[in-house]
Design a protein around this ligand. Structure first.
Ligand code: IFM
Length: 440
């Protein structure tokens, strides 16, 4: 078995390493006074989630957070990227505050600082209070104001101690995956809902940044996911389909947040369904940011398909796959580091998520994950050598956890979790990362 092929000294001075999680995936949402979320509703609907599993108990991080932070510190990591649950802070999404929830995040941030970790907060990582979903959720323009108020409530309490903050994790998932493909809560398949959600997510991002700037907070960024779209064949039709996919997935939010404009080729399809007057919001969406985070996992083969826009179908190619059935394609990370730099210039970039699901058992070394990390870190190092301002790399995820529509079956953790006993057991990849970071 071999370990990681790098040490800290292989990266520029000050380069940071971290791990990421999110609230609903680890905390145990049935505890501590949190309100119901649209993920609870989605999971309770037959056919949406493997075995109809939900985040009610998850990894019980709510009670085991100190042990989890110890694991991060003991690996020699710098950053802990975590998220807060809106419904834990505001059970109805607005109005009454759950003090127990605010106290939890307050303790958690202090716990990170006590261990020398940099707290990197994401305000929204996908669990929307059900009461707001009842009002139309991301389809309702008012969500930008509700989100701004939630941002203010939470950041007034913990904003003074955060190292970095991003409003919304993976806007594409909130907009497209949840409203067009129906794969995430609220499980819609409706182009009008999609266009509205794809716009309101950006608007909520912009309003949250304004609120945080108003509170005097710094190091504010955005976390977008990117998927490398390759044409299934070299036919003109397949190449055009891959370009459309790339626009929806990779260029929509980047264009809005950094250029104040949506890509024309995506507006060709979504334009007729956009909310009236959307153009006036572009200035709010395009805020000055301090960094951009890339979440990157895989590539996809795209073919033309008959039918309404976007007239495409998705396919898997011949590269080795992870437990998710995702091809392992580190070349895509290299591509996006350069592509994003084309939009963001000198802005610091971070890989805010990268990692793989593997059917790990606690007793078998997870060499496949070590190899995956080696390949993607090599892609990052190559981009740095070519001038990309990549400043850090964050592994998804610290723990095996609730993988959304796939339930608890897909294991992304550096640390194995037994979902019966909730025992944590570091895997070989955890020790490999710890050993690599300990060498200088
Ligand atoms: O588990 C998710 C996470 O919540 C967001 N990014 C992708 C991960 C793996 O699917």
């Amino acid at each position: 078995m071999s370990g990681l092929a790098f040490t800290r000294a292989d990266f520029p001075p000050g380069f940071l390493f971290g791990v990421a999680t999110s609230a609903y995936q680890i905390e145990g949402h049935a505890q501590g006074g949190a309100g119901r979320t649209h993920w609870d509703d989605f999971a309770a609907t037959p056919g949406n989630v493997v075995r109809a599993e939900d985040g009610a108990r998850a990894c019980d991080h709510l009670n085991r957070w100190a042990e989890d932070l110890d694991l991060i510190r003991d690996a020699g990591l710098d950053i802990y990227r975590f998220s807060a649950s809106w419904a834990r802070v505001l059970p109805e999404g607005r109005g009454a505050v759950n003090q127990e929830g605010l106290d939890f995040y307050d303790r958690l941030v202090d716990g990170m600082l006590a261990r020398g970790l940099k707290p990197a907060l994401t305000l929204y990582h996908w669990e929307l209070p059900s009461a707001l979903n009842d009002l139309g959720g991301w389809r309702n323009r008012d969500i930008a104001g509700w989100f701004a108020d939630f941002t203010e409530t939470l950041c007034r309490r913990i904003g003074d101690r955060l190292w970095s903050t991003a409003p919304i994790n993976e806007p594409w998932c909130v907009g497209w995956l949840s409203h067009f493909l129906g794969g995430h809560a609220p499980g819609l398949r409706d182009i009008r809902a999609t266009a509205r959600a794809m716009h309101h997510v950006g608007l909520a991002h912009g309003r949250a940044i304004e609120v945080m700037r108003g509170l005097g907070m710094g190091n504010l960024g955005t976390v977008c996911n990117f998927e490398y779209a390759l044409p299934r064949s070299q036919s003109d039709e397949d190449r055009a389909a891959a370009r459309r996919y790339d626009g929806i997935y990779n260029r929509w939010f980047l264009g809005a947040m950094f250029k104040g404009a949506y890509p024309e080729d995506v507006l060709d399809g979504l334009g007729p369904h956009m909310p009236e007057g959307w153009q006036a919001d572009m200035g709010t969406i395009c805020q000055k940011l301090d960094w951009l985070g890339l979440n990157y996992y895989t590539c996809k083969r795209i073919a033309h398909a008959p039918g309404p826009w976007p007239s495409l179908s998705e396919h898997i190619g011949d590269l080795p796959q992870t437990q998710m059935g995702w091809e392992i394609c580190p070349e895509g990370l290299h591509h996006f580091l350069h592509f994003v730099q084309g939009h963001t210039g000198d802005l610091p970039l971070y890989v805010t998520e990268n990692g793989m699901a593997n059917p790990d058992s606690p007793d078998a070394p997870d060499q496949a994950r070590i190899d995956y990390l080696n390949q993607h870190l090599a892609a990052g190092k190559r981009a740095i050598a070519e001038g990309v301002p990549l400043k850090g790399y964050i592994v998804w995820s610290l723990l095996d956890n609730y993988e959304w529509a796939f339930g608890y079956e897909k294991r992304f953790g550096l640390v194995h979790v037994d979902f019966e006993s909730l025992q944590r057991r570091p895997k070989a990849s955890y020790y490999a990362l710890r050993d690599a970071l300990a060498q200088s």
